[in-house]
Structure formats: C-alpha cells, structure tokens
Design a protein around this ligand. Structure first.
Ligand code: GLU
Length: 426
C-alpha cells in the first residue's frame, strides 16, 4: 500500500503534491514491492539553513536556504540551485524528486537533488550576491562533493554564481575542484555548449515529437509560443528560430510579446539584453502571460516555472503539442484536461533534461581533465535526447499511457531495479 508522505514541514500550495501524484500514477504500472515504492517517495535528506549576509549598507540580514537529496541509488545526487522569493522546502523537495527521475530517464549515473535560497537576486548588488553565495556554499560543505552531490544553475543563478561556489569549496579543501559544480564559466572548467543545452534539448525533443505527432507541416509553417525568457526559454526560442520554426510569442515575468508573422528573435534577444525586460520593445503586440498560454499555435513550450497550466486554464490551451521546458509547469488536473483534449505533451523530465545531460558531460570532462569541442557536446546531447525521447515513446506504447506517465515509469523502473540489485542496508 502506498500511503501519503507527511513531511515535517508541510506547506499549503504543494508542488510536491504534484510530484507525488505523478509518481503514484506511474508506479501502479510497475509491480514493485510496497517497501520499494514507499522508499522512492521520500527525500533521503533535507537540509535547511538560516544564515547572515552583510549588505553593502553595513546591516546584517538573515536568509534561508535549502538543499534536498531525494535519491542517491544510481550515483551522486545532481541538481540546480535556485534563487527566488518563491523558494520553499516543498518546492525544493519536488524539484529534487524530479531530478531523480530526469537523470534516470536519460540514463546518466546520478541521483536527484535541488537547492535554493529565498531571495530575489535582482535586489542584491554583485558584492552581496557573492557574499550570499559563498556563505550558503560554506553551509553546504558537509553535503556536497564531486562524489556526493554536484550543484548546477537553476532559476535566478548564473555561471558566475557557480564560479563562486567552485571557489568557496576549493578554498575550503585547499585545492581546485572544478567537478564540484557544473554550469561554470568555460575558463574554470565549464563545458562548451552547457549554457544553451537545456533550450537546445527542449527543441530537439520538439523536433522528434513533431515527426510522429505533428501535422506534417514544414518547420517554416510550424508555429511556436515560448513562456519564459530565462536561460531555458530564450535559448529554446532562438534555437527553434535558427532551425526555421516560426516563433509567434515569447514572455518574461513582466508579460509577453506576440507577432502573428513570427518574431525576429535576434532583435528580441538584443532588446532583452539591453533592457532586461521584453516590455516596451514594439517588436510585437504586448500580451499577458496567461493570454500567451492561450495563443493559437502548433507548439507551446512553458519554460518559466511550476504550476502555469492548471485546472483553471488548461481548457484554454489551443496548442496541439506542449513541450515542457520548465520543471512542473502542468498540474495533474491540467494533465487530465489536456489528455482529453488530445494535446500531445512531452513532459519536463524528458524535454528539459538537456541541461543535466551536458552537466554530466561537464563533470566527466572535469574529472578526466580532458575537454571536448562544441560539436562533440552538441552531437552527444542530440543523441541522448533522441534516444530518451524514443525510449519514452516505446514505454508509452507498451503500457498504453501518456508520455508523462511513460517517462515516470521508465525512470522509476531504472531506480527500482538498481535498488533491488543493491538491496536495503543493513
Ligand atoms: N537546473 C537544471 C534542471 O532543472 C539543471 C540541473 C543540473 O544540471 O544539474 O534540470
């Protein structure tokens, strides 16, 4: 019997409830021992830290950070660090669980983790951001190492933040350890192709999905709308544009831009780089984020954050295909509505796995101190994404389920099989 997990710090609006609902939906198809299924629902470790940061005005302010290791059966835990005011333990717990399934699905030897600090990084000076990152890293030292847990960027964090993490860890142990973190700048052991990897992977999945589940239109006739203009959304939209797809709409936190003839993506990126927002660009009509999700298009790629497509707005989605660049953008009630409406959905743990795939390549390169050229990174990324996409499709056919459930089945089975081989300790 799979029972509800009652965590010690239960939160109200629960992203973790979404992660558990997805797990419960999939696990029914696998004849797992009850103990194994139950074990996989729990995070292995949860760490909360409250720490001080001295602001530039001399005042000390307290911040709260988290790191959750969901599962380590397949290897060291892997996952990003998020800086956002929306961070809470429930969210980090869900994101850590999704990392476990994501790494298992794309067959890289990692467990899942996630971390975060409750902060709006835009309100900190560069000096304050560095201080916050170094202190948070110092607090994480007992939990991270290249063999134990390897952080990476996520919402609100950058290659520079990863550089400070790498430096803080390295200064503590007394020698340079590039493999402690991925998504670093290239000049300190980062991988070519890592920065754009998640966005490229999203579009690689879309291209494969359109082959079997599209209307047969050419790229130039296929329309795409992308929600979110951070690392994932901006790179997905640009890569799709470079392949000839028509990007009708993009958005950031302030709102969206829509152009029925297709947006000029290089111009949109240049405007964003200069102004830090899409608002006021005149490169398209301004729409709200909710209007953007309901635009007429072939493919919708939610690349912003969790719980964007819900029971309230799923019926308004006109796209025939959804490719999830964000983690957890669709709630379980929305999944049911989309399925009823015949929308083909490529789930997050598959569609956005390109980031962690190239993180894995970065870690391998760091450990070997042998670096690949960009073509090699792109080629291996493409291979990993296509292989994972068709594995998931094969599982969907075998079990007669949707792609999200199929991705979860494939991933849970890999972890459960490894757990069975290893056995429970002691
Ligand atoms: N934060 C990214 C994700 O959600 C990347 C994680 C990683 O590279 O470890 O997949």
């Amino acid at each position: 019997m799979v029972v509800a997990y009652n965590p010690p710090h239960e939160q109200t609006a629960s992203v973790y409830a979404t992660a558990l609902a997805q797990f419960d939906r999939a696990v029914r198809y696998l004849n797992l021992d009850d103990g194994v299924a139950e074990f996989l629902r729990y995070p292995r470790r949860e760490f909360t830290v409250n720490f001080p940061v001295r602001r530039d005005n001399g005042k000390v302010e307290m911040f709260t950070g988290y790191r959750v290791h969901h599962n380590t059966v397949l290897g060291p835990s892997k996952g990003g660090i998020r800086y956002s005011l929306a961070v809470n333990l429930d969210e980090i717990r869900a994101l850590a669980m999704w990392m476990t399934w994501k790494c298992a699905l794309v067959n890289i030897p990692y467990g899942g983790a996630k971390g975060g600090v409750v902060v709006d990084p835009k309100t900190l000076s560069r000096h304050e951001l560095e201080g916050l990152t170094r202190r948070y890293t110092a607090e994480l030292i007992p939990l991270i190492s290249p063999n134990m847990d390897i952080p990476a960027p996520d919402m609100g964090t950058t290659p520079q933040v990863m550089a400070w993490i790498m430096d803080t860890y390295s200064m503590t142990v007394g020698y340079s350890v590039p493999a402690i973190v991925t998504g670093k700048p290239i000049n300190i052991g980062g991988s070519l192709g890592r920065n754009e990897a998640t966005g490229r992977g999203v579009i690689a999945c879309m291209v494969e999905a359109l082959k079997g589940h599209g209307s047969g239109k050419s790229a130039t006739d296929t329309t795409l709308v992308v929600q979110g203009f951070g690392n994932v959304g901006s790179n997905a939209a640009s890569f799709a544009h470079s392949l000839g797809y028509k990007v009708l709409g993009v958005s950031d936190v302030d709102g969206g831009l829509y152009n029925s003839k297709g947006l000029d993506m290089p111009a949109v990126r240049a405007y964003y780089a200069e102004h830090g927002t899409l608002s006021g660009s005149k490169l398209g009509d301004e729409v709200t984020n909710m209007e953007l999700l309901a635009l007429e298009c072939d493919v919708l790629a939610p690349c912003a954050m969790e719980s964007q497509i819900t029971g309230k707005n799923a019926n308004k989605v006109k796209a025939k295909m959804i490719v999830e660049g964000a983690n957890g953008p669709t709630t379980p009630d929305a999944d049911d509505i989309l399925l009823d409406n015949g929308v083909f959905l490529v789930p997050d743990i598959l569609a956005n796995a390109g980031g962690v795939v190239v993180s894995y390549f970065e870690w391998v390169q760091d450990l070997q101190a042998f670096f690949w050229d960009q073509e090699e990174v792109y080629r291996q990324l493409q291979r990993a994404m296509a292989r994972s996409y068709y594995n998931t499709e094969a599982t969907a056919e075998e079990f007669g389920v949707d792609m999200r459930t199929a991705a979860q089945i494939t991933a849970i089975k890999r972890v459960a099989d490894a757990l069975e081989t290893r056995g429970f300790y002691p």
